[in-house]
Design a protein around this ligand. Sequence first.
Ligand code: GLC
Length: 500
Amino acid sequence: MDNDRPLKILYLSAEVVPFAKTGGLADVAGSLPKAIHSLGHDIRVAMPRYGRIDPLKFDLKEVLPPFPIPMDRQTEEVSVLQGQLAPEIPVYLVENTKYYDRDGIYMYPDDAERFILFCRSALEMTHRLDWRPDVIHCNDWHTAIVPNWLKTVYHDDPFFAHTASVYTIHNLAYQGVFGYRVLEIAGIAEYGFMYHPEMADLAEVVDFMARGIYFADAINTVSETYAREILTPECGEKLDPILRDRSDRLFGIVNGIDYEVMNPATDPYIARTFDADHLDLRVNNKLALQQEAGLDVDASVPLTGIVSRLTDQKGFDILGNVIDHLLDLNLQVVVLGTGDPHYHEMFSRLSQTYPGRAVVFLTFNAALAQKIYAGSDMFLMPSRFEPCGLGQMLAMRYGSVPIVRSTGGLADTVCDWDPRTGVGNGFSFERYDRWALFAAIVRALENYRYPETWRKLQVNGMTADFSWQASARKYVELYRRAMSNQTSERTVQAEASAEQ
Ligand code: GLC
């Protein structure tokens, strides 16, 4: 095979910045394709056209008028609109009023059907556009059915005879588990449930994530450490047996961040732009943030930022257990995010109890997020588990020093400060325990008292490379590996049937 040939890649995601976002998946889907395109490949993105995506705002144009998609022994009509991620990167938005014209993105009772329809439409769309992908890159459970289809209903379709699949696990905790009916809806009932000697559940439910892992030609997660962690029963979310079976084709590729959009030297949202050589200017952002957020305006008080989904994964239970002790120290906290009502209450109580010192914004707001990265001194991510985590990298890019639990991608990107060598870009702790977190924060506060030390920590973070450059190359290698796995599997099958 020609190893330098530019590839055609169809990138499938349920959410893509700037069109729709609930979490880090959307950031990745909005930035990785640009980096892959810059390596010379024809990558195109597809997602559903949710009701909130305004066709006028994004200048969407219809590229395919309504056409039928097989669904549950009938057909469903969809059309396809086209927008752009960048001038040469089309984004195809699958339109269907019944399934997507709603306020939100997920959490509907018919989510399985909604994403089955989206995936099937994306495959059928490539046919109609006569654009044959070398690789279909699927992300998380919403698009995990595609590798399954390529090996079943589309197996004998000549159009996809040389199409390989790659499956990226962004978060093993969300698997998409449904009942038998979805096999009928997806047109694969004749193949039945999956069987695995160590996973009895699979004979009774349809787990989309498990199917992606089982059928894809290559698999990856979003950091090397998480790729190792999920092979264990502790972190495997019950899928570790199947992941161990597939470990020969499972890799870890750490996410990058969008260096163009997220740049403190050009960011239009922040009060004062700056870079590693002009760190003195940064304090203006802290003062502006304190002012805007309603915190006491004081440059000397250490300001801690949190920008996150407010869920158990992110370690807010251990934080909740020590936060009052923390606020007894000289420190301010600003929180931005949405999630479980339980954490909404916890943080709201804090801002009422500690006016001027703790403040919470229960929403998502990109501009405010950037002001927090640029204005906070420290950035907190005490995650229970973290496949990659983007907040810590964004914080470092903007000179805010991360305090993290050493797990998954946090372990791969944050290096604990060592005062003897001057190496390190943050503070990390191992045990998932409130006092371990408390000790890491106290250590950070101690170091904050020494401006020289602190500056070194900031510069170490700001000058590290968290761009997509290196990781995009690894994805291209993964694509080629998936293609060669697909080809050899086909060859083995052809030889076997010739012998019969
Ligand atoms: C999920 C993970 C997060 C990761 C992101 C993008 O949101 O929880 O760790 O950074 O996906 O891959």
